[in-house]
Design a protein around this ligand. Structure first.
Ligand SMILES: NC(=O)c1ccc[n+]([C@@H]2O[C@H](COP(=O)([O-])OP(=O)(O)OC[C@H]3O[C@@H](n4cnc5c(N)ncnc54)[C@H](OP(=O)(O)O)[C@@H]3O)[C@@H](O)[C@H]2O)c1
Length: 271
C-alpha cells in the first residue's frame, strides 16, 4: 500500500494511541502530523514518537492525504467547517467520533465527502481495541485499506455495510468494556466481602477475566462449549451458572445492549 501523509486533528487520548500504534508498527513518523488546540500534548507526542506537530488545523490538514478527525463530537462541527474547503475529492477523512453521522459531516462539509466513520473502544488505548468501520459511498478500496491499517494499529477491526450497524458495534464493542468492568466490580466487591484484601481481590478477578478471554481467543470452539467444559454437572460452577440463568442473565444482557443501541440513535439526533 502506498504510504500517505496523515494528519490528526485533535491529538487527545484516542488519536494519541493511534499515532503511537502506527509508529510502533513501523509507519514513518515523518508522514504523521498532529494538530491540537493546546501545545502540551503536542510536545509529548513529538518527543515520544518523532511526529510533526502544529496548533494550526488547516495547515496540518492541507498537507495531508488522510485527515483523521479526532476531536470530541461537540467540537466536530466547528473543526469540520474550518476544513470544509479541503474536501476536494482527493483527500480522505476518517472520523473516530462516536455518534457523528455521515449526514452531519455532509451538512458541515456542504457536500458529499470521502469519509470513513470508525467506532473504536477504550481498550484501543492499550492496543487491544475493537473498532467498527463504515465507509461512505465516496470512498474507494485504498481508502478502506488505509483506515483499516490505522485502526489495526490499536487492535482489531470489523467492517459494517450500513451506517446503522455502527450502533450495533457500539452495543457489542464500544460500550461493552464497561459491561465487563461492571461484572468485575461486582465480583471484586464480593471477594472483598468474603475477606480477601483489595489487592488480592482485584488480582483474582483480573487474572480470571484475562484467562477466560485468552481461552476464548486460543481455543477454536464455541464459547458455550468452553463454559460446558468447566461446568461439571452438580458441581460448584453449575450452581453459580444456575443462579445467573435463574435471574435471567441472557435477557438482562440483551435488554442492556438494546438500550445502548436506542441511546446511540437518540444521541445522533441530539447533535
Ligand atoms: N477515549 C475513548 O475511549 C474513545 C472511544 C471511542 C471513540 N472516541 C472518540 O475519540 C474522540 C476523541 O476522544 P478522546 O477520548 O481522545 O478525547 P480527548 O483526549 O479529549 O481528545 C480530544 C482532543 O481534541 C483537542 N481539541 C479540542 N478542540 C480542538 C480544536 N478546535 N482543534 C484541534 N484540537 C482540538 C483537545 O485538545 P485540548 O486538550 O487542548 O482541549 C484534545 O486533545 C471523540 O470524538 C470520541 O468520541 C474515544
Amino acid at each position: 500500500m502506498e504510504q500517505k501523509r496523515i494528519a490528526f486533528i485533535g491529538a487527545g487520548n484516542m488519536a494519541g494511541a493511534i499515532m503511537g500504534g502506527l509508529v510502533a508498527s513501523g509507519y514513518p513518523a515523518e508522514l504523521i502530523t498532529a494538530s491540537n488546540r493546546s501545545e502540551g500534548k503536542l510536545e509529548t507526542l513529538a518527543e515520544e514518537y518523532g511526529i510533526h506537530t502544529t496548533t494550526d488545523n488547516l495547515k496540518a490538514a492541507d498537507s495531508a492525504d488522510v485527515v483523521v478527525l479526532g476531536v470530541k463530537p461537540n467540537i466536530m462541527e466547528k473543526v469540520v467547517k474550518e476544513l470544509a474547503h479541503l474536501n476536494d475529492g482527493k483527500r480522505l477523512f476518517i472520523s473516530i467520533a462516536a455518534g457523528v453521522t455521515l449526514a452531519h459531516f455532509e451538512a458541515w462539509f456542504g457536500a458529499a465527502v470521502p469519509l470513513i466513520r470508525t467506532m473504536p473502544n477504550t481498550p484501543s488505548l492499550v492496543g487491544l481495541g475493537m473498532t467498527g468501520l463504515y465507509a461512505s459511498d465516496s470512498t474507494n478500496k485504498d481508502d478502506k485499506a488505509i483506515s483499516d491499517m490505522l485502526m489495526r494499529a490499536v487492535g482489531k477491526t470489523a467492517w459494517v455495510k450500513t451506517e446503522a450497524e455502527l450502533d450495533h458495534i457500539i452495543a457489542v464493542a464500544g460500550s461493552a468494556p464497561a459491561y465487563f468492568f461492571l461484572f468485575m466490580e461486582a465480583m471484586e466487591a464480593k471477594a472483598i466481602a468474603l475477606g480477601f484484601d483489595a489487592v488480592t481481590a482485584r488480582e483474582l478477578v483480573q487474572q480470571t477475566a484475562s484467562g477466560a478471554s485468552e481461552m476464548v481467543r486460543m481455543r477454536d470452539m464455541p464459547i458455550r462449549e468452553l463454559r460446558r467444559q468447566v461446568t461439571s454437572p452438580g458441581g460448584t460452577t453449575a450452581k453459580a451458572i444456575e443462579s445467573f440463568q435463574g435471574a435471567g442473565l441472557d435477557r438482562l444482557v440483551s435488554d442492556a445492549m438494546d438500550a445502548a443501541i436506542q441511546r446511540a440513535r437518540e444521541m445522533a439526533k441530539e447533535l
